[in-house]
Design a protein around this ligand. Structure first.
Ligand code: A3P
Length: 296
């Protein structure tokens, strides 16, 4: 695809109560009225929480080694449509999803829970949510925005960090995002809530959890193979998962598969930033029951 028409960075505006950019709002009517299917699997995340990782695990679990060439020759962002995306130079997320003939459809979204098209709930589709601790999440988001021209200009680290703390990052406040899905899980049983930190700690265990949630009887040896194929280094080398085929990203600034660690925030936060962050965090999360680990 030719992305050269996207030459300037988008600006942030308020949309449906959250901060957004045009690439995720221009197809809104179609997003809102999207027709889910009962066997769809929605992969929902705050940006940079491990979306690609879980997308690839699910892709391998469902389509695996025996997938036809026309499937395996597609990069992960074509195999797993990004629901609200509308970049004009490639098919929109809804268009890609509508035209999918493989099942189940794996569909990715960063929308907060209150903006998920209602059809998913009506169809009782399964939802896999991945959450990542706020500190590593914001660091990863910063580097992503630095290298990706379809994202707003991040400014310097301190500016970016404060925008995040103010809840003005694209896709809205991290705090509400992780809490919203956590609350939803209390009443909607077809939602699995995963943590990035757990995936790093023991990928195989989380693959097992996914299999039981999805009712898959994948053999032990296939699970082991998948667990190996989705390790950071393997996915970084794999051009189907490392985003090297997407020209809007400049890996000389920062690669998509950047570090894949828990605790990299320690290399970014100053002592003062950390204290301020903790204070804001305590306030925003004072009623939250979901707990995160910032190191493992
Ligand atoms: P870092 O920037 O901290 O390295 P998303 O897919 O939601 O955009 O998230 C991207 C983040 O997940 C990046 O974090 C990326 O390196 C990390 N990631 C992707 N695949 C991974 C894997 N197999 N193991 C660990 N981290 C992974």
């Amino acid at each position: 695809p030719d992305f050269s028409s996207i030459s300037s960075r988008p600006t942030i505006f308020e949309f449906e109560g959250i901060s957004m950019i045009n690439h995720f709002t221009e197809n809104w009517e179609k997003v809102k009225n999207f027709q889910a299917r009962p066997d769809d699997i929605l992969i929902a995340t705050y940006p940079k929480a491990g979306t690609t990782w879980v997308s690839y695990i699910l892709d391998l679990l469902y389509f695996g080694e025996n997938a036809p060439e026309e499937h395996t020759s597609q990069p992960i962002y074509m195999r797993v449509p990004f629901l609200e995306s509308c970049f004009k130079v490639i098919a929109s997320g809804t268009e890609l999803a509508d035209n999918m003939t493989t099942s189940p459809r794996l569909i990715k979204t960063h929308l907060p829970v209150q903006l998920i098209p209602k059809s998913f709930w009506e169809q009782n589709s399964r939802v896999v949510y991945v959450a990542r601790n706020a500190k590593d999440n914001v660091v990863s988001y910063f580097h992503f925005d630095r290298m990706n021209i379809v994202e707003p200009d991040p400014g310097d680290w301190n500016t970016f960090l404060h925008r995040f703390m103010d809840g003005k990052s694209v896709f809205g406040p991290w705090y509400d995002h992780v809490n919203g899905y956590w609350e939803k899980k209390q009443t909607y049983s077809n939602l699995l809530y995963l943590f990035y930190e757990d995936l790093v700690e023991d990928t195989g265990r989380e693959v097992d959890r996914l299999c039981s949630f999805l009712g898959l009887s994948t053999s032990v040896s296939d699970r082991e193979k998948i667990t190996k194929d989705v390790q950071f280094d393997a996915m970084k080398q794999n051009k189907m998962t490392n985003y090297s085929t997407l020209p809007v990203m400049d890996f000389k600034i920062s690669p998509f598969m950047r570090k894949g660690k828990v605790g990299d925030w320690k290399n970014h936060f100053t002592v003062a930033q950390n204290e301020q962050f903790d204070e804001v965090y305590k306030e925003k999360m004072k009623n939250a029951t979901v707990k995160f680990r910032t190191e493992i």
